[in-house]
Design a protein around this ligand. Structure first.
Ligand code: HMH
Length: 219
């Protein structure tokens, strides 16, 4: 007997846009937060903003290590985009140091719990299949690209921060990361696809928690 063809809906491929659609609520929580709204309004408290700045520097140090390690698993055709990301991170880490000096902030600070959790997550990722790593890298960069862009033009001094991740070149870079993730998700097994889905949800949750961590700062 000839087996009936499976309907297309069961064969639907998981890709980055599908993740954003399926988990739009979680993604909204990751990218829209009172912290960013109050940067836009100019009413964010210095201790909240400075906590974010120091903790995000500590995050970016570990993120840079993760991106470097991703080269271990990535196909060589993905090197250009990943290395352009590393190039931008070189500048970003130095920029963070300048911003901290301007504000007289000590970068030699302990990571808060949420920052530690996010860094542990990134650390473990590089032992996972490459499609998970590509999905996470895209998600992490998209979160800041959209988060800093969505509120619209910010007043000084926050416009400099918003432009760093919201600028059109960064948006283009995130699109290239999306194409790379889509390319490998397409050929991934169902198991790896569902693991990538879980990875995306973890990124969304950790992003939301990271904003809340900074927003909660009282000293
Ligand atoms: C928490 N997520 C966090 N910090 C960042 N600097 C980025 C993402 C960068 O894209």
């Amino acid at each position: 007997m000839i087996e009936a063809r499976k309907p297309y809906s069961l064969l639907k491929l998981m890709n980055c846009q599908e993740l954003l659609k399926k988990y739009s609520q979680q993604w909204q929580a990751a990218t829209v937060h009172p912290f960013l709204d109050e940067c836009k309004l100019g009413t964010i408290k210095p201790q909240q903003f400075n906590t974010w700045l120091v903790q995000d520097y500590l995050f970016v140090v570990e993120f840079t290590r993760m991106v470097g390690r991703i080269l271990t698993s990535a196909p060589t055709s993905h090197f250009d985009v990943i290395m352009s990301g590393l190039n931008a991170l070189q500048d970003e880490l130095n920029w963070f140091k300048d911003k901290a000096t301007e504000r007289q902030l000590d970068l030699n600070t302990k990571k808060q719990l949420t920052c530690t959790e996010y860094c542990d997550f990134m650390n473990k990722l590089t032992e996972m299949p490459y499609p998970l790593q590509a999905t996470a890298l895209w998600g992490i960069e998209l979160a800041y690209n959209q988060g800093w862009q969505l509120p619209g033009e910010m007043p000084q001094p926050y416009n400099e921060f918003a432009n760093r991740w919201g600028n059109p070149e960064f948006t283009d870079y995130v699109k290239l990361l999306e194409a790379q993730a889509d390319e490998v998700l397409q050929d991934a097994s169902k198991i790896v696809q569902s693991q990538s889905e879980a990875t995306f949800l973890n990124v969304a949750r950790l992003e939301k928690d990271f904003w809340q961590m900074a927003y909660n700062a009282t000293n």
